[in-house]
Design a protein around this ligand. Structure first.
Ligand code: MG
Length: 368
């Protein structure tokens, strides 16, 4: 029964191969600020997790908040049994109400420990492996319509067949963006227009009507669940909810009201693999498709995504993300690497990763 003896927190900058990532409302990030959590135990087993918000203006989370939250929360967890994940979550909730993204890195690290202690990959412990690998999407950073369309060929050459356009800007330009990319889509490809809450309801209504003849999924058109539901009810497009779905209550309401065909399960949005698995299993039972990913991250986040995605029924896993191919810095050896637009979870015990200590540098926070 490994008990937690120490937390070490590391900060890593993750620049992007493409220089910047742009999405709705003029938001963009050039260098992601990621936090890696090391959890040590009295049995010598050590686990790692990662939390990387999509800047401070996407979800109610920010990079400095991860570390401030860990400074507040971690002292309450010294001595806790690392592999009793549900008990640990209760203890975390009693120590710090809410702030799921703060808890996510600890939870992922403890799954890493559970896997190592039991000699099994996390994927096995989350339910088992479906098939040899699973499908990824590529996000296409917001740009002018022609540039976005021109990126598809390069991503397809890398094996991607699912393309998620960052829209949620000027609705007239967004209509052009969707049409320009749709014109270069090939049979078997999937096109997703993700507005990331960027349209108000009357704009969203115009866009979905204007692209009514296009085979495109519409993702989170508006800020609120109710606005999205109103749009959902007046379009025939397959519909994805992301930012609005951050827990089981709203997921159940969305199912009851027929609000979506697919939900986006971001691990840190739910508070770690433990609550994300709960949402995943509920979606699987209800027949709701899933995109499985996180807000952002590097090798450790990508490993965690891979274990959750690979243990998700293939027919319901709409797509997932390999964030480590977007960033220029590798923080861990053994992380899964994209192969022909697909990814597989490690078969090694735990997450199957070994952090690069030279990249992590000195801990910015130690709690013991
Ligand atoms: Mg999204």
């Amino acid at each position: 029964m490994p008990r937690i003896t120490r937390f070490s927190v590391f900060q890593v900058d993750l620049p992007l191969h493409e220089g910047s990532y742009k999405w709705s409302g003029g938001k963009s990030v050039e260098v992601f600020d990621s936090t890696i959590v090391r959890v040590e135990t009295d049995e010598g087993v050590t686990g790692h997790g990662e939390v990387c918000p999509l800047g401070p203006f996407y979800l109610p989370s920010y990079a400095g908040g991860v570390r401030a939250g860990l400074a507040e929360l971690a002292p309450h967890l010294i001595g806790a049994e690392a592999t009793h994940l549900d008990v640990l979550h209760q203890r975390m909730e009693r120590s710090l109400k809410g702030h799921p993204y703060v808890k996510s890195g600890i939870d992922i690290a403890c799954w890493d420990i559970l896997g190592q202690v039991s000699g099994r990959p996390v994927c096995d412990l989350l339910g088992g492996r479906y098939g040899d690998d699973f499908v990824l999407y590529r996000a296409i950073s917001q740009d002018d319509p022609e540039t976005m369309a021109s990126r598809v060929a390069g991503y397809r050459a890398e094996g991607y067949r699912r393309f998620q356009l960052k829209v949620g800007g000027d609705p007239d330009v967004d209509i052009e963006r969707i049409r320009a990319v749709a014109a270069v889509i090939e049979p078997g490809d999937r096109l997703i227009a993700d507005a990331n809450t960027g349209w108000v309801q009357h704009e969203a209504a115009r866009v979905v009507r204007a692209v009514g003849d296009v085979d495109v999924y519409i993702e989170q058109p508006c800020l609120s669940y109710d606005e999205c539901l109103a749009i959902r009810r007046r379009t025939s497009h397959p519909f994805v909810l992301d930012e609005s779905i951050d827990g089981l209550n709203i997921l159940l309401r969305g199912h009851a009201e027929g609000a979506m065909d697919v939900v986006n399960i971001k691990i840190s949005k739910f508070g770690g693999l433990t609550p994300a698995r709960q949402a995943r299993d509920l979606c699987a039972s209800l027949g709701i498709g899933m995109t499985i990913e996180d807000s952002w991250g590097g090798d450790i986040t990508t490993a965690a995504i891979a274990h959750l995605a690979h243990s998700t029924p293939t027919e319901l896993l709409f797509t997932a993300t390999d964030f480590n191919s977007y960033v220029t810095v590798s923080t861990a050896e053994g992380a899964p690497q994209r192969n022909n637009g697909r990814l597989a979870a490690s078969t090694q015990p735990g997450l199957g990763i070994t952090p690069r200590t030279d990249i992590l540098g000195d801990a910015v926070l130690v709690i013991d």
